[in-house]
Design a protein around this ligand. Structure first.
Ligand code: NAD
Length: 460
């Protein structure tokens, strides 16, 4: 695992920001052809460095090359291609119906970039979560500063190199550093802040930018329930859950956090999960090239402590020197146990069972609004009832995690799992102020609205 990045940034942040301000003021970012050509250059730079991106993620936490492609590079390239294809349409002022009260007029929504955008990113998908918001910010005509995570130093450095190759610093810059660097960044005046990370740091960010009334998107986390109904196809559920839970070694904001299963199906499910873990990673999981590691010692120890006092159905092996934790299933932990307090964010999956459907509600409503919710069932009434009943960021029926891959779906949380949504056109919209403009005609001026008002009331 690569060395962590120093806490303090090597660049002078206020100077960088005033250069971005000056660049934005030139109006250069308003030229859509220029925006597209820069996004194409970014696409080319990423395509030419695919192997290096995979190597950086492997150095950071032994992320398998296939996972890096599927969950980082391919997602970003697809986002870039889609944005490049659609941008000319998105930037056009949009004509809307005018109102009789303003007759005669033509009314429009003009997209307007906010200005200077700050992107603060976490370590778990260090490339994707730094670059994806930046694509939206740049496509919308903003400048951007990205602060990737100090915990994924190889990927963060490579992200910096790629951006430096494509953009002048006054348009897009990557600043490396830890918490102190974030703090300095948050003291500056931004026009938009896009934060992905934990709930406690989300609160710090929201507070830090409040004095300037800076608009923001907060992409946070939560405890994501995964309900398995009696009618579910258990073998398929186990296969899909093993994939979505143990990809990235469980360090995924939308991975299922705990299982809530009909008691009658529990043994069949846990047996199927054991079989699927074996099919995916073999007898010696530690030697599997397809299983990542925990990002660092601190998180390894946090996760290891969650296993204490728990009944393990399968897994439970840990290797401190290697930050390895086996894919692990826990049997019925109490809601007071450590593992059932906050988001787990690792390869540990508690299995809770219910006898009556009313127990599902008791458990889900014990926690704040999750970022994701999953339901496995062949009963459409049950899935619809569940989808309508709970507040959650996004989710899936009969699968996990996959909703993130559709750029026609906004990705984001609700309540304590965050606010705002992005991907595809939603990213462009996130970083765009929509100006309302009414273009009035001058060939007639209806006098109704002007004083004196005497005798006009019945006319309205
Ligand atoms: P984190 O909140 O610790 O860090 C995120 C970023 O904030 C990093 O760049 C870090 O340097 C910075 N930061 C940390 N402490 C700070 C402070 N006190 N002041 C200012 N900046 C600070 O999150 P993490 O550990 O990197 O990532 C894991 C968390 O991110 C999980 O909770 C996960 O659910 C969440 N997450 C959410 C999404 C989403 O899309 N909603 C995606 C991935 C991860």
């Amino acid at each position: 695992m690569a060395e962590e990045i120093n806490n303090i940034a090597a660049v002078d942040i206020p100077t960088l920001l005033s250069s971005q301000n000056a660049f934005f003021e030139t109006g250069n970012t308003l030229d859509v052809t220029e925006r597209i050509s820069k996004l194409k250059a970014l696409q080319k730079a990423i395509e030419s460095r695919e192997k290096e991106i995979a190597a950086a993620l492997f150095a950071d936490f032994r992320k398998p090359e296939f996972e890096t492609y599927a969950t980082e590079t391919a997602l970003i390239l697809s986002e870039l291609k889609y944005t490049i294809k659609k941008l000319k349409k998105w930037v056009k002022p949009q004509k809307v119906k005018s109102t009789f009260l303003n007759f005669p007029s033509k009314d429009y929504i003009y997209p307007q970039p906010f200005g200077k955008v700050l992107v603060l990113a976490p370590w778990n998908y260090p490339f994707q979560l730094s670059v994806s918001p930046a694509i939206g910010a740049l496509a919308a005509g903003n400048t951007v500063v990205i602060k990737p995570s100090e915990y994924a130093p190889a990927t963060s450095q490579l992200t910096k190199d790629i951006f430096a190759e494509v953009f002048p610093e006054e348009q897009a810059a990557v600043v490396l550093g830890g918490v102190e660097t974030s703090e300095v960044l948050l003291k500056q005046k931004w026009d938009y802040v896009f934060f992905t990370g934990s709930v406690p740091v989300g609160r710090i960010v929201a507070k830090a930018i409040a004095p300037n009334l800076t608009p923001a998107t907060l992409e946070l986390g939560g405890k994501n329930p995964c309900i398995i109904h009696e009618s579910a196809k258990i073998g398929l559920a186990a296969k899909r859950i093993v994939w979505g839970k143990f990809i990235n070694a469980g360090q995924t904001c939308i991975s299922p956090d705990y299982i809530l299963i009909d008691k009658r199906k529990k043994t069949e499910f846990t047996e199927a999960v054991k079989k699927e873990i074996n099919a995916a990673f073999g007898e010696e999981i530690k030697k599997s090239p397809d299983y990542a590691r925990i990002i660092n010692k601190k998180n390894f120890e946090r996760l290891q402590a969650m296993l204490e006092g728990q009944t393990i159905i399968t897994g439970g092996e840990t290797a401190p020197g290697d930050n390895y934790i086996a894919p692990t299933l826990l049997n019925e932990p109490s809601l007071e146990a450590d593992v059932m307090q906050d988001e787990i964010f690792g390869p540990i999956l508690p299995v809770l069972s219910y006898s009556e459907e009313s127990e599902i509600h008791k458990i889900i409503s014990h926690y704040p609004d999750p970022l994701a919710l999953y339901v496995f069932t062949e009963d459409k009434d049950f899935s619809e009832k569940t989808l309508q009943k709970y507040r959650f960021g996004g989710g899936a029926v009969n699968d996990v995690v996959v909703h993130i891959a559709n750029k026609n779906l906004p990705f984001g949380g609700v309540g304590s799992s965050g606010y705002g949504g992005y991907h595809g056109k939603f990213s462009f919209d996130t970083f765009t102020h929509k100006k309302s403009v009414s273009k009035r005609a001058t060939w007639i001026d209806i006098p109704l609205r002007y004083a004196p008002y005497g005798g006009k009331l019945p006319l309205i």
